[in-house]
Structure formats: structure tokens, C-alpha cells
Write a protein that binds this ligand. Structure first.
Ligand SMILES: CC(C)(COP(=O)(O)OP(=O)(O)OC[C@H]1O[C@@H](n2cnc3c(N)ncnc32)[C@H](O)[C@@H]1OP(=O)(O)O)[C@@H](O)C(=O)NCCC(=O)NCCS
Length: 242
């Protein structure tokens, strides 16, 4: 080995400049080689969706800290956005790291970053249990407050629904929204979901909330005139248990 640390393999000709650490992963390598779902990419007319990776977490935290909903409201069954900043940040990191670490072909949870013109606008999650048998997916999503009300929520949900129905061959997609979240309910209605009963939950400590459940089959799905572009699926079919 000619260089003291073998740095030239990584495109470095010598020790890193003061204050800068050398890159550990060679520029021509990526973790997608070993965790292929990181190579997945969905594209719609306005949006690009890619599985969340650690390098994206600073932007995700910035977007969360910029605000998702008014303090008086709570669109989430787990009231994670109520936590003070000092707890919200580590809780959020733990949540995404745990979700990824717990993912198996039998129980997967895939948070897609959603970018519009390169700018992170929100997250669209797609998850399933025993997908090979159930062929059923669930979705959950949020957008930064500044990006809401412009059709993005509908477009990103449609992206993962087209991906699930057309590419993973799902036969059912379920979702839910609290009765006091008409915007999220409207997204489901526009895409053709039918109402599928209600659930009663303790949303915040001591606060009872009713969730409207929605279900969608490929035949009911109200599609736009575009088709989601999917890249990288063949290498990650095992991730989805198919
Ligand atoms: C829910 C959410 C993802 C939807 O995304 P979005 O980009 O804001 O939604 P869209 O613009 O695609 O569609 C919203 C629809 O609701 C309608 N809408 C908005 N406010 C409404 C209200 N008060 N009552 C009824 N409909 C309403 C809009 O008019 C639009 O329907 P239209 O296209 O028929 O006009 C986004 O608003 C969000 O992140 N909210 C906070 C977090 C959240 O609620 N997450 C979901 C938890 S279940």
C-alpha cells in the first residue's frame, strides 16, 4: 500500500485538510449496494420520492421544526409533534432509525422523502405486514406547513399507490384520518378510497378522537393521466418480501 492510510483509493492524495475528515465511503460506492432499497426512486410530474437515508435527516428535522400543523391541532395518532424541541429531535431520529432497523420482508415500513424542484417538502410512508400473503399496504404522510394545500399531498400519495398497485401488485391500500382533519380525508376521497368504518383512539393524553378509516382497491383507484416512474425496483424485491 503506497499511501499511509490507503487514502488514494478514496480519491484523497494525503491526509485530510485540517478540520475536515476524510470520506469513509469511496465516491463510486454507496450503501444501496448492500441495502438496495436505497436505490429506489419514484418520480411524478412534480415530485421525486426516495427512501430516507441518514444524510437527509438534517433537512427532515429542519422541515419538522419549521412546523407541520397548528399547535391546537393533532393530525397524528401518536402525538409526536407535541414534544418540545429538545425531545422532538432525538425522538424523530430514534423513530426513523428504529423503523429502518426493524424492517423485514414480513414487516416493512418505508419512509419516502418527497422533493419538489430538489426542495424537501415532506414524507410519504408506505408500510405492510406479511405483504407476500396479504397484498395490503398502508400509507401515512405529512408535509411542511408551507407546502400544504397545493396538491402535493395528493400527488405523493398517488405516487406510492401506483407503485404499490402496479409494481408491487398490491390488491388493497388502507389509510386513516381523524374526523377533524378534512384535508387528509379529502385526499383519500379524491383518489377513490371508500369509507371503511371508524376507530376510536386516545390521541393526546385524556383526549378521545375518532379516526375515519379508508380503503382502496386497484379498481376503485382514481388515477391521474401520468404514470409514476420507478427506478431500482428489481434489486429490492426481496426487501418487500416478493
Ligand atoms: C394531509 C396533507 C398530507 C395533505 O396534503 P396537501 O398537499 O395539503 O393536500 P392537497 O392539496 O393535495 O389536497 C387537499 C384537499 O383538501 C381540500 N381541503 C383543504 N382544506 C379543507 C377543509 N377544511 N375541508 C374540506 N376540504 C379541504 C383541498 O381543497 C383539497 O381538495 P381539492 O383538490 O378537491 O380542492 C397535508 O395537508 C399535511 O401534511 N397536513 C398535516 C399533517 C397531516 O394531516 N398528515 C396526515 C395525517 S392522516
Amino acid at each position: 500500500m503506497s499511501g499511509r492510510l490507503g487514502c488514494e483509493r478514496f480519491g484523497l492524495s494525503g491526509p485530510a485538510a485540517p478540520g475536515r475528515l476524510p470520506r469513509v465511503t469511496p465516491p463510486d460506492r454507496s450503501l444501496a449496494e448492500y441495502w438496495p432499497v436505497f436505490g429506489l426512486r419514484l418520480a411524478t410530474p412534480r415530485l421525486v420520492l426516495t427512501p430516507l437515508q441518514d444524510d437527509d435527516l438534517v433537512e427532515v428535522l429542519d422541515l419538522i421544526l419549521s412546523g407541520i400543523h397548528d399547535a391546537g391541532r393533532m393530525p397524528f395518532a401518536m402525538p409526536w409533534t407535541d414534544a418540545p424541541r429538545a425531545e422532538l429531535i432525538p425522538n424523530t431520529l430514534r423513530y426513523y432509525w428504529t423503523a429502518r432497523g426493524a424492517t423485514t420482508p414480513e414487516s416493512w415500513q418505508l419512509p419516502f422523502l418527497v422533493r419538489r424542484g430538489g426542495v424537501l417538502v415532506g414524507l410519504q410512508e408506505l408500510m405492510a405486514k406479511d405483504f407476500a400473503v396479504t397484498k395490503r399496504v398502508e400509507t401515512g404522510s405529512w408535509l411542511g406547513a408551507a407546502h400544504q394545500g397545493d396538491g402535493i399531498g395528493t400527488e405523493m400519495r398517488e405516487a406510492v399507490l401506483q407503485f404499490a398497485f402496479d409494481h408491487l401488485k398490491a390488491t388493497r391500500a388502507d389509510s386513516g384520518a381523524f374526523l377533524d382533519n378534512p384535508r387528509s380525508q379529502r385526499v383519500s376521497e379524491k383518489l377513490g378510497y371508500s369509507r371503511d368504518g371508524t376507530a376510536v383512539l386516545q390521541r393526546r393524553p385524556g383526549e378521545r378522537a375518532v379516526e375515519q378509516r379508508f380503503t382502496l382497491s386497484p379498481g376503485q383507484f382514481v388515477r391521474s393521466n401520468w404514470a409514476v416512474q420507478v427506478r431500482g425496483l428489481p434489486l429490492c424485491r426481496a426487501y418487500f418480501g416478493i
